[in-house]
Design a protein around this ligand. Structure first.
Ligand code: HEC
Ligand code: HEC
Length: 360
């Protein structure tokens, strides 16, 4: 049986590379824990890069790769549904799905960067507010679910078309070849222009890199900045690490400093002057003034323990996977010793990239 070469090396690597990178991003995204976030970003970043390269190849590749060959109007789609001619490349409905998947992955990449910027103050959109980052997060999650549905539809389409045409379309995406048959509907022949494609891809990468870097120079919005001064630090770090003022709302700090004589079973009382000074500093830099992730999440205090971070719902949920034995380790000692696992705890930042649980 004579065969025709349909899917060039780029299309095939793109296709299976996208399966792998989207699979990685989806698996780590739906699981999302701080330890897999970096893999989520790698998967999503590779998927976005592949899609951008595919967009260029859609305008510079051979006949089968070009968007112009498989992007058709509703009439062709209807004709295909009624059982029109066999399409060697993407059929009109499959071509529509290709475009929809590409658009969806680009939208996911952009909304993902907005989540990273707004909620974690990281990346090119660190100047975005937490509120916008949270909205982007809802959008990102809805898009991710939609993408999964679309992948399901795409697989369904491949199975149906394979049955209908009595050919294995998935294998054709591996070998690149399909059987030649009488009455086939090949696209207009177009020569691939790999050198042009490569230069456009490189130029795009540089362009996006430059835009990203110039955006990243904008000051991050509402990052906790306050640092302890020597005197106040001494008073509040005598027994434990210094908790950043942005971790609790002003009302909680007021309640804490009003009860220093019975502070978690200890007498931590200070002179009235010093108490007033510390209270002023803590409340002036409290969660209400920061726009960071921990400030927003920990600010929902537990009404029964308004200044205990480790008794907020957020804290218990985020640390529920950690066994008690870990908190009892000599290097940790207590749940309240955030700095044992969060290298940046004293800054109030609590970046997911600065977490490491000590071994012993
Ligand atoms: C005499 C020792 C002592 C001093 C001084 C002290 N603390 Fe504490 N603090 C404790 C103990 C004990 C706990 C209970 C948690 C633990 O086991 O570390 C605690 C807990 C806390 C917590 C809650 C941590 C959690 O688990 O969520 C905050 C917030 C806090 N202290 C703030 C302060 C501030 C602000 C100052 C300075 C005004 C201060 N502490 C001074 C002993 C002290
Ligand atoms: C024994 C180690 C350990 C201690 C102690 C600890 N944490 Fe964590 N924390 C973790 C780990 C691990 C994660 C990531 C959990 C996950 O994957 O969702 C985490 C996640 C977080 C996050 C979310 C970070 C993000 O961006 O995803 C915040 C905020 C946080 N911790 C605050 C605190 C505070 C405040 C304290 C102290 C009162 C504390 N932690 C004490 C280990 C610890």
């Amino acid at each position: 049986m004579p065969t025709i070469y349909i899917w060039d090396r780029f299309i095939r690597s793109f296709h299976w590379g996208l399966v792998a990178s989207v699979g990685l991003a989806a698996a780590t995204g739906f699981l999302l824990g701080a330890d897999v976030l970096v893999w989520h970003l790698i998967g999503g970043g590779i998927a976005a890069a592949l899609v951008i390269a595919r967009l260029v190849w859609g305008m510079t590749g051979n006949g089968y790769a070009r968007f112009s060959s498989f992007l058709t109007g509703p009439r062709e789609i209807l004709a295909h549904l009624r059982g029109g001619p066999r399409h060697l490349g993407h059929n009109p409905l499959g071509g529509l799905m290709v475009i929809a998947l590409i658009a969806m992955i680009l939208a996911l990449a952009l909304s993902g960067l907005l989540v990273l910027g707004g909620t974690l103050k990281t990346g090119p959109f660190a100047f975005v507010t937490y509120a916008s980052g949270s909205t982007a997060k809802e959008l990102h999650e809805a898009l991710a679910t939609t993408l999964l549905v679309m992948v399901g539809l795409h697989l369904g389409g491949v199975v149906l078309e394979s049955l209908r045409g009595r050919e294995n379309l998935a294998r054709a995406m591996v070998t690149g070849r399909k059987e030649a048959r009488a009455g086939d509907h090949p696209p207009a022949a177009r020569a691939a222009r790999p050198a042009l494609a490569l230069s456009v891809i490189v130029a795009t990468a540089f362009g996006l890199g430059a835009v990203g870097m110039s955006l990243a120079t904008k000051p991050a919005q509402g990052v906790p900045v306050a640092t302890w001064d020597a005197e106040t630090q001494e008073e509040c770090t005598a027994c434990h690490m210094g908790y950043h003022p942005s971790l609790l709302p002003a009302a909680s700090w007021r309640a804490l400093t009003a009860n220093l004589d019975d502070h978690f079973g200890e007498d931590a009382s200070l002179s009235p002057d010093m108490t007033a000074r510390i209270t002023d500093w803590l409340t002036a830099n409290a969660a209400d003034t920061a726009d960071s992730y921990p400030a927003h999440r920990l600010a929902r205090v537990n009404a029964e323990a308004p200044y205990t971070l480790t008794r907020t719902r957020f804290w218990t949920r985020r640390h529920s996977d950690i066994p008690d034995a870990v908190f009892a380790r000599k290097s940790v000692v207590s749940r309240s010793n955030c700095a044992a696992c969060h290298a940046d705890a004293e800054t109030g930042w609590f970046s997911p990239f600065s977490i490491s649980i000590p071994k012993e």
